[in-house]
Design a protein around this ligand. Sequence first.
Ligand code: ZN
Length: 88
Amino acid sequence: MSYIPKTCRLCGANLDPTESCDCLEKADTATARARAKLQHILDREGDANGERRCPEYLEALIREEVLAAQAENYMSVERFRSLNRAVA
Ligand SMILES: [Zn+2]
């Protein structure tokens, strides 16, 4: 049986032949978190004369959430590595 890897058409991730990519789910999560953060900012600090209601502001918040998720994933890998070093 041949192993033919596939690539996600949306994000370009390399996947196993039977694997489905979770990038859409991650994007939905990041967007939901960013919208919640935006609402919190609007409630607490106002919309800065409409500046915080423009699409670019929400995009920046989504970008922050994506980076935070990547950082969390990276830290999980580093914690796993340091645990392995501790028992080696
Ligand atoms: Zn993907």
